[in-house]
Design a protein around this ligand. Sequence first.
Ligand code: AMP
Length: 422
Amino acid sequence: MIQLIRGFKDILPGEVELWQEIERVSRDLFENFGFREIRIPIMEKTDLFARSIGEHTDIVEKEMYTFPDRKGDLITLRPEATASVVRAYVQHKMYAADPVRKFYTIGPMFRRERPQKGRYRQFYQINAEVIGVDSPYIDAQLIFLLATLLDRLKVTDVAAHINSLGCPECRPAFRKALSGLLDAKKAQLCADCNRRSSTNPLRVLDCKVPGCREAMAEAPSLLDYLCDGCRAHFDSVQQSLKRLGVPFVIDKQLVRGLDYYTRTTFEIQTGALGAQSAVAGGGRYDGLVKMLDGPNTPAIGFAIGFDRLAEIVGLRQADFEKAPQLFIAALGDASAEKAFDWICRLGLEGVTAEMDMAGRSLKSQMKQADRSGAGFVLILGESELASGTAIMRNMRTRAQTDVALDDRIIDRILAHIRPYSN
Ligand code: AMP
C-alpha cells in the first residue's frame, strides 16, 4: 500500500468541517476589517525566499523543498506566504494606485522540519499582511484581530507575547552587546547556536535547548537599545492594546526566525499544545518591500498555524456532524428509479437525500438508514408503489405518515423535512 509522505497528512471529512468553520470565521473577521483575499502560487523561484527570508535562517539553510524543474530552474515550495504577497504587491505595482493594502490568504506551506505532534512538513497558515502603514495603530490592530479571532473560536489559555526588534539604526549596538555575551558563553551553547552566533545571533535568544536558555537568561534586552523612534512606536502599540483591553506580556526573548522583521514582533502562545506552544506569530517587516525591489514601504503581518489552531479551538467535531436529511428505502427497480430521480431533485432543493444503490433487502436498507443518522426515511416498496402511497418515518420520533405519490411528491417530501431542518 502506498502511504502518504512523512510529515504530510490528510484532513478527512469529520475533521474538515472544523477547518471550514475556522476558515469562515477568519474570512468574516478579515473582511469586516477591510482585508481583501489574495491567492498566490505555492511555488516560487528559490531566489525569492533566499533573498527575503535570509540565507542564514533554518528555513533557507535546511528546510525548503527546493528542486530544479525540467529546465534546471530552481524552484521552491513556499515555506511561508509573506515573501509571495510582497512579490505580488511589487510585481503588479499595487502601490501605484494606493500604497496601503490589507491582504489575507489561507493555504499550505512546506518546510522539511522534523515531524512531531503539531509540526508537519505540509502545514497550513492563515496570513494577514498590511503593506504601507507605519503607524503603531496597525500593529495594535493586528494583535487585536488575532485575539478576537481566537476568542470567537473559543480558544482559551492563550497569551500574546510582544517585543520590539528595533530597526537597522538601533539593532547593531544590541547585536554587538549580544555577541560579547555569546563569545563568553560559547561552551554552554549548542552546536546550532555556536554557528548562529556569527550568522544570525538574534536567533540564539529563542533557542529552546535548555543550556542555551540558561545562558541567555542574562542576555541584554533589545528594549534597552531602542532608538527614540522605535521606543515611541513600541510604547504606542502597548498603549493601544491596553485601551483595547488586549492582555499582553513583554517578552524580551521573543525574536523571529526571519531576517526581514523590524520593530514590533509578537507571538500567541498557548499551554494547550505542549512543546509547540506558538499558535501564531508575526511582526513588522519594514525593509522587505524595498528588498524585493519595490518602493521603500513599511509593512506588518502575521501567520496563524492552522493545524495547531484546529487542535485547540473550543468547537468540537461533533458540532459539525453531517447526516443526510432523508434516506429513501426503495425496493425493486421501478421504486429505485423513482427514488433516484427524487434524491437528485431534492439535492437541487438543498436537501441531502441518500438511497441504496446496491440492491439490498429492505431490512438492510433500514439498518443502513439508521447508521447514516438520517432524520427521515421514505419507504417505497412495490406495494407502496402499487397503492400510490409511501410511508415517511421520522427517525427521531418513529412516527409514520402516509405520503401520496402524485406529481407533487417533491413538495410533499419537503413539507415533511423542512420544519426539522436548521
Ligand atoms: P512562522 O511562519 O514560522 O512564523 O510560523 C507561524 C505559525 O505557523 C507558527 O506559530 C505555527 O503555529 C505555524 N507553524 C510553523 N511551522 C509549522 C509546522 N512545521 N507545522 C505546523 N505548524 C507550523
